[in-house]
Each structure stands twice: as C-alpha cells, then as structure tokens.
Design a protein around this ligand. Structure first.
Ligand code: PLP
Length: 370
C-alpha cells in the first residue's frame, strides 16, 4: 500500500534502518552528542535562534506555545480543523481568545487581523497555521506577521508550520514560535514535535513560563545542555538526524524545489483530468481536490490500486481528497497515485481513462513542460 496522506508520511528505508538500533539511554554522552547535532541542524533548517524538541505529537507543541507565550488574549485564525484547535487549546486553559473564521479554501485577510488587534489591545499572541492542512490553504503568514509587528511588536506570532517546515523556505523574520512535527515533511513516525523560538519568545519564556510537562523554561534550561527535562524520544531523534542528513545531501534548496515542482505537476495533472483544486492559495505540502464523489474515488484508489490518500474532515469529510507532496517521494510512486485517481474516475463513469494524468505529470517533471 502506498501511503499518500499528508501526515503521516511514509518513512524512507534509510530512516527506518537508522532507527533499527538498540535503545540507548538518554542520559549518556552518546545520546547528548546526537541531540546536539540534531539541535544545530534543526535551528538551521527552521532558521530560528533556538529550538526545542518535545516527546509529543504536533498538538503538544501547539499547546506548549500557547500556554507559554500567550498571557492575556490570543487571536486565533480558524480556516480549518487545525486552526480550530488553537481555540480549543485556549478554552482548555481558560485563556481568553478572539477567533477569525474563514471558509477552508480561503486564506486569512491581513485587514481582518489588523482590525482585530487594533480593536482589542489585550491581544498578545496570534495563532495561525502556515499551511492549514484541513483544506490545504497557505496563509501568507510572513506578510501577516510583519503587519502585526508593525502595529505591536510585543504580539507573539505562533505559527503552526507542521505541514510547512521542510516543505518550503519560510521567512521567519517576524515569527516567534515555529511549530512542527515528525510525521509530516520529515517523514518520521509520529511522536516528536519541535518548536523554533525567536529571541523575544525566549525572553518571554524565561520571564514567565507555565505548565509542567510543557514548561518551556524548564526544557530550555535542559536542551541548551543537550538533554531534556524528561525522557527524550531517543529513537525518533536518531531518525531525525538521518533525515536531516539526507536533506543536507540533497541540498535544502533542491529539496524545496523538488517539492514545489512535484506539487505543481500533481495539481496540473489533477486539473487535466477535470478535477478541481480546492484552496484559493494552495500550499505545496498537499494537493487538495474538491469533488462530490471524493469518498468513492479514494475508496477505489485504495482497494483496487493500493494507494492510500486522505479524505477531508468534518463537513468536507467525503468531499475532499488530499494527496501528500511532502518529503522524499519517488516519481514512480506519485505517478501511480495519479494513475489510480484517473482509473477511479473511469470506473465511476466520470471520465474515460486515457492516461492524461500521467502524461501531464511526466511532461512537467521529466520534459520541463510549463
Ligand atoms: C498534522 C497537523 C497537526 C496535528 O498534529 P498531531 O501530530 O496530529 O498532533 C497540527 N497542525 C497541522 C497544520 C497539521 O497538519
């Protein structure tokens, strides 16, 4: 079965091999050396002056960022399931929040955000997805962050980059917390989250950190010494080291270019067989299609052609399908996934099969077609 969901993504063999070692103790010089290397590589790829690794799924890092960086009121951007989650975190911790809601295909508007922060001076944190994975929309976080800082430089910008880090170059100039997780572009099994932190975020954390397991001041103190407050996710961190080395060997720019080219070729192939790309500003992380029969298309792709693609969530559960573009993907695998979708359309009598999806994809990837 080919796993083509935008998280979890399949772990390449080199990573699985790297992780097939006996468990080592986390309080040892051997592990601290690995931890140090991974920390440095992460700071570089995230382009942030500090980074913390937490043994949790991505949501744990979202919770840690909100509870440690928001002191009075959050402004939460809800353009899908993951944006909604920031609001739910605030609620769970009795943190006041204002929410701006958008349709899942629609990027957040700078005007709305500026209006909200100007009319509510108690807002001290903006929570936003870089890519909202529910509908595959790319918010213009860099531009939004700059505009917000121009109004009030003390507002913490908490950016959920779980499907953005390792996908494209993110301008982190105005981002205070950049969150990611192991099971998306880094292609590891789930269970490790990471937060890149700005200098201002570090100051805020050192002044008034909160919580116990997700107390970032405590983690900061330990991780600067290449250890963790509690038992580290040692095996995942060893796998992450292998993945970061693979990315370095490919070259970060090449890695990003490959993802972008693949995403554009996949979208073009899907459109060429009459499908509609859902988001108004699609992220390169995934190709998201709106179709009344999305559920049937997915079901045929899985049962008959062994391709597992993701559906939608909530009201769009059966109307969207999402194909992953993140990480290291062999062209022959994504080509087969596209072929499976085209064959499914044929089987559903939506469109007769003629190999168009693969032709368009191959021309773009291998023949440089525009
Ligand atoms: C996957 C994802 C999450 C959730 O991460 P978990 O690892 O499931 O906790 C949060 N935000 C975005 C944008 C995601 O894609």
């Amino acid at each position: 079965m080919l796993l083509f969901t935008p998280g979890p993504t399949p772990s390449p063999e080199a990573i699985r091999v790297a992780m097939s070692v006996p468990t080592i103790h986390h309080r040892t010089p051997e592990f601290e050396e690995i931890f140090k290397v991974v920390r440095e590589k992460l700071m570089k790829i995230m382009n942030m002056p500090e980074v913390l690794m937490l043994a949790s799924s991505g949501t744990g890092a979202m919770e840690a960022a909100v509870t440690n960086l928001c002191k009075s009121r959050a402004l939460s951007i809800n353009a899908g399931k993951f944006g909604e989650r920031f609001g739910k975190i605030c609620k769970a911790f009795d943190i006041a929040y204002t929410e701006l809601k958008y349709d899942w295909d629609t990027p957040a508007s700078i005007e709305d955000i500026l209006h909200a922060i100007k009319s509510n001076p108690s807002i001290d944190a903006l929570c936003i997805q870089i890519c909202e994975s529910a509908g595959g929309v790319r918010h213009d976080v860099e531009k939004i962050a700059k505009a917000v800082k121009d109004v009030n430089k003390n507002i913490m910008i908490i950016a959920d980059g779980i499907t953005a880090v390792g996908v494209e170059k993110i301008d982190t100039t105005h981002i205070d917390a950049l969150i990611t997780g192991s099971q998306k572009a880094f292609m590891l099994p789930p269970g490790l989250s990471m937060i890149g932190l700005s200098k201002n975020a570090l100051l805020k954390i050192e002044q008034s950190s909160k919580g116990f397991y997700f107390n970032l001041a405590n983690e900061l103190k330990n991780q600067r010494k290449n250890t963790t407050a509690y038992t580290a996710a040692t095996t995942l961190i060893i796998g992450l080291k292998a993945m970061l080395e693979i990315i370095e060997n490919i070259g970060l720019e090449n890695f990003y270019t490959n993802t972008k080219m693949r995403a554009q070729a996949v979208n073009a192939a899907l459109e060429a067989i009459g499908l509609k790309i859902y988001p108004k500003t699609p992220s390169f992380a995934m190709s998201t299609v709106y179709d009344e029969r999305a559920k049937e298309i997915r079901s045929i792709a899985k049962k008959k052609y062994s391709v597992n693609i993701a559906g939608g969530q909530d009201e769009l559960k059966d109307k969207l399908f999402r194909i992953n573009n993140m990480g290291l993907i062999d062209s022959y695998e994504i080509a087969w996934a596209l072929n499976a979708v085209e064959l499914a359309l044929d089987e559903l009598d939506i469109r007769a099969y003629d190999g168009t999806a693969n032709r368009v994809f191959s021309l773009k990837i291998f023949k440089g077609a525009q």
